[in-house]
Design a protein around this ligand. Structure first.
Ligand code: ZN
Length: 334
């Protein structure tokens, strides 16, 4: 090998390390984390009670912890120790011991925050200790290791990042910019997305959030309300069920704008099915590529595949089927 050459090594060997961090130009480290002095000051503060601890019978009042909080609220023993060890072993900087207490999140596709519990205020006007002193998260994903990085983990990390930011810059306003392809693709589970809807009511379709009917300017619910008299084919009340595309379009007075096929309106036409299949395929290919480079999240979507289908979309009929008409409504356009 010549002096100017480097040995070629496969990138896929060894343990996978996934780092998710917040960079900021105004701290000394360039990262969103506390200084050693700030950490010392934090360690003087009581630990915020956890939801499980507050619900435990030992503390029935739920808001007046008896005894020193450090003793009353020990780290959750359910947190796998192996995973916490892995994190600290390879960490570049000393981590606060409470870091181990951070929740182990399930790997799910949901973007919904499953945790909105707020601890009672700290006693005597004091403040609780921050749950985390460093916004960085390092995981070692893979089979028999940490779950792959997903939206719930990013949301949990961002919640901690916001708390850290508020502590360092009490008067500051944070603007977060996410450079991470898995975040770009994420929607809330109740987002208005036509291709996730069924033609009719109920079933496996998501219950989507309320919106404004662009035709009438009135609020429109995507779920049948409790006082509805609407019933399904068996005469059962549709209360609490998703309305589906046909009803959503009826309320927008758009059913008659659809192309009728043999006197019937089509839920999803062949072209739209094909177009969605192409998108799904492109996303699947991108995901496979990401997994291949082992969860790095670099080079996200298959840009080519998606822009091709988007270009096609512009030339297609805009009234071919219910899904198409609904997807072009202003509140459904992502
Ligand atoms: Zn269509």
């Amino acid at each position: 090998m010549r002096d100017s050459e480097q040995p070629l090594r496969g990138k896929s060997r060894g343990r996978i390390v996934h780092v998710s961090d917040f960079i900021i130009e105004s701290t000394d480290s360039g990262r969103l984390c506390l200084t050693a002095d700030q950490i010392l000051a934090q360690m003087e503060l009581p630990v915020a009670p956890t939801e499980t601890a507050a619900d435990a019978p030992a503390n029935p009042s739920g808001n007046t912890p008896s005894g020193p909080p450090d003793i009353a609220f020990e780290p959750n023993p359910e947190v796998p120790v192996t995973s916490a060890k892995k994190k600290t072993k390879k960490g570049k900087k000393p981590k606060p011991p409470k870091e181990k207490n951070s929740r182990k999140l399930r790997a799910t596709g949901r973007t919904e925050a499953d945790h909105s519990w707020v601890p009672p205020p700290a006693p005597n006007g004091t403040k609780y200790r921050l749950p985390s002193f460093d916004a960085c998260r390092i995981i070692y994903p893979g089979a028999n290791h940490d779950p792959w990085w997903d939206m719930p983990q990013l949301i949990a990390q961002t919640r901690h990042a916001i708390q850290i930011f508020k502590y360092i810059y009490p008067d500051g306003v944070a603007v977060f910019i996410f450079d991470c392809s898995s975040a770009h693709e994420a929607f809330a589970s109740d987002a208005l997305i036509a291709h996730k809807m069924n033609r009719g009511p109920g079933g496996a379709q998501p219950k989507m959030h309320d919106t404004i009917n662009p035709t009438t300017g009135e609020p429109q619910q995507m779920v049948w309300p409790s006082n509805t008299s609407a019933t399904d084919a068996d005469g059962k009340s549709l209360t609490g069920q998703a309305k589906g595309m046909e009803q959503a379009l009826r309320e927008r007075q758009l059913l008659s704008s659809l192309d009728a096929k043999n006197g019937r309106y089509v839920g999803v036409c062949g072209n739209c099915k094909k177009s969605q299949a192409a998108r799904d395929k492109a996303a699947k290919e991108a995901k496979a590529r990401e997994d291949e480079i082992e969860g790095s999240g670099i080079e996200g979507l298959s840009e080519r595949g998606v822009s091709e289908t988007e270009a096609e979309d512009l030339t297609r009929s805009r009234t071919c089927c219910m899904q198409r008409v609904l997807s072009l409504q202003p509140d459904f356009v992502a």
